[in-house]
Design a protein around this ligand. Structure first.
Ligand code: ACM
Length: 536
């Protein structure tokens, strides 16, 4: 009897392992109940959808068609068919980004309240299928089987972001779209597009053509780390036209990704000043687009002309980007030039500002007022706390969590993106074995260990933490391959921290799922880093 019991438990154990091995979803769903059996998508399978989920159903269909080499159309019906079908069903009782997925031998049913929820259901369904479903062309003999299960899923945080700096290095629209696809695959909902920098202005502004004619090109680039004094002697540039931006925004919308555009001020402005020197503290200076990494001393002067310029720029930006958030930078603004400027010192006296931090706060408040008057919300890096936080600001906490904690205590919304855990430009393994990076050391495991709700906050204050974001600064990422290498798989860990409940998170289990997930990334031709496979 005892023997039989042992045999049975071994059998059940191995069945359970087998079952577990089929559910390699990243980010892990809130609740997943494995069931025996499978659903197989075949020639006779219909895709049936509620009218408002038709585009999402089509998105699934297109991917299935690519790998199976067929061209099935989605039939739009409110009620499913009796035989094999994948159904999209509206369920008003679910949350805005939630979905349920039920796979049984005859059908897969994805229920959601919104098309976005249904889209996340599709992302999960794709991850229940063999990893070859992510291939770019027909896969001969591929059995499209889905292990039976019941999933109930919804995100932990409403803001789940990935950032890309296109100022230090510029990446083409085709890559930006691939990046957005990867954002969507991991159920992130926000792409923070860092569009202006000391080293390059990357977005066409019709009213100020010199921003891109002059500001998008630097004459050369620093080689290696700061302090080498070596430059490559090669002009470097690139920018997005407004038509390209519109195309990217429309693309992102289809993937339920909102873009947060960032226009840096009052610092990180050297490229803009190369184009319009009259906006700097020393209009007579010959400004050049910055060729060195680091923080330039050349910042905007808080003159009326500058505010007019920035408001005009932001007006064009808001016409291009429909999302609620507009990011205005606000980080790393050296105060040296303001200290030695007669205009700035007089302005401070006139406005009763006691130091240059208050002058920065004055600058940001004016911009906040403008953005708010247009019905949008301003986000800035945590330096916008210095000298007093503007009334409507959302804070992105990057110099640790202190800024985020202080802002949440004052009742402001916060996005956590501390350098210690979410800067994906840092080394991910022993620098001796890695390509050149900016510095730091951030392993996959450390990213995964991140907890965005600081203990210092009360339950009510924690509600101001809207979510988190991984940042990809590109000083040392000259190519799209390198961006992918630095971003993945660490962004997979960011995604799970942002989406999944703490109770489901387990690093060992995550890496087991990740070993399957990287096959998907491989099929998507993502140049992910493999160092985690050999990490102890
Ligand atoms: C930043 O990393 N300067 C926001």
């Amino acid at each position: 009897m005892k023997k039989l019991f042992i045999c049975l438990s071994l059998l059940i154990g191995s069945l359970a392992t087998f079952a577990q091995n089929q559910y390699n979803i990243i980010p892990i769903p809130q609740k997943l109940i494995p069931q025996s059996g499978e659903f197989v998508i075949g020639k006779s399978t219909s895709v049936v959808s509620a009218t408002e989920f038709k585009d999402v159903a089509n998105f699934l269909n297109e991917q299935l068609n690519v790998v199976s080499g067929s061209s099935k159309k989605v039939s739009i019906k409110e009620k499913g068919l009796a035989s094999s079908s994948i159904q999209f069903v509206k369920n008003e009782s679910l949350g805005d980004e939630a979905y349920t997925l039920k796979a049984s031998s005859k059908q897969v049913v994805i229920s959601a309240k919104t098309a976005k929820g249904a889209f996340y259901g599709v992302q999960t369904l794709l991850q229940l299928l063999p990893t070859q479903v992510f291939s770019e062309s027909k896969v001969e003999g591929l059995k499209l089987s889905v292990p039976n299960c019941t999933i109930e899923d919804a995100p932990r945080y409403v803001y789940r972001g990935l950032h890309l700096d296109v100022g230090r290095h510029f990446f083409p629209v085709s890559f930006v779209k691939k990046f957005i696809d990867l954002i969507a695959l991991h159920k992130f909902n926000t792409f923070h597009w860092h569009l202006t920098e000391d080293q390059g202005w990357r977005i066409e502004i019709k009213k100020y053509p010199k921003l891109t004619e002059i500001g998008s090109i630097r004459k050369e680039t620093l080689v290696g780390h700061y302090g080498t004094g070596k430059y490559d002697g090669k002009p470097y540039g690139g920018f997005y036209t407004q038509d390209e931006v519109k195309d990217v925004v429309a693309y992102a919308k289809k993937k339920f990704v909102t873009i947060v555009p960032e226009i840096e001020m009052p610092g990180h402005a050297q490229a803009a000043l190369a184009a319009y020197p009259e906006l700097g503290c020393n209009p007579d200076k010959i400004y050049e687009v910055y060729t060195t990494w680091g923080v330039s001393e050349d910042v905007f002067a808080p003159r009326e002309e500058t505010f007019t310029f920035l408001e005009n720029v932001l007006t064009e930006v808001m016409e291009l980007f429909p999302g609620q958030y507009i990011h205005i930078g606000g980080d790393e603004c050296p105060k040296t030039q303001w200290k030695s400027s007669r205009f700035c010192q007089n302005l401070m006296k006139r406005e009763g500002l006691k130091d240059e931090h208050e002058l920065q706060s004055y600058f940001i408040r004016r911009i906040d007022k403008f953005i708010t008057s247009k019905g949008r919300k301003m986000i800035g890096w945590d330096e916008i706390l210095e000298g007093g936080l503007s009334p409507n600001a959302t804070v992105m906490s990057w110099r640790g969590e202190e800024g985020g904690i202080a802002a949440a205590k004052e009742g402001h919304d916060v996005i956590m993106t501390p350098g210690s855990h979410l800067y994906l430009d840092h080394y991910q393994a022993d620098p001796k074995t890695e390509p050149l990076a900016i510095g730091g050391f951030l392993t996959l495991e450390k990213v995964y260990s991140y907890e965005p709700a600081p203990k210092e906050l009360t339950t009510d204050q924690k509600k101001f933490i809207l979510g988190l974001q991984g940042n990809v600064w590109t000083e040392y990422m000259e190519t799209t391959d390198k961006v992918e290498y630095m971003t993945f798989p660490r962004a997979c860990a960011v995604a799970e921290v942002a989406w999944s409940p703490v109770s489901t998170r387990n690093y060992t289990d995550f890496t087991k799922r990740l070993k399957v997930h990287i096959e998907r990334l491989g099929n998507l031709k993502v140049n992910y880093a493999k160092s985690f496979l050999s990490a102890k």
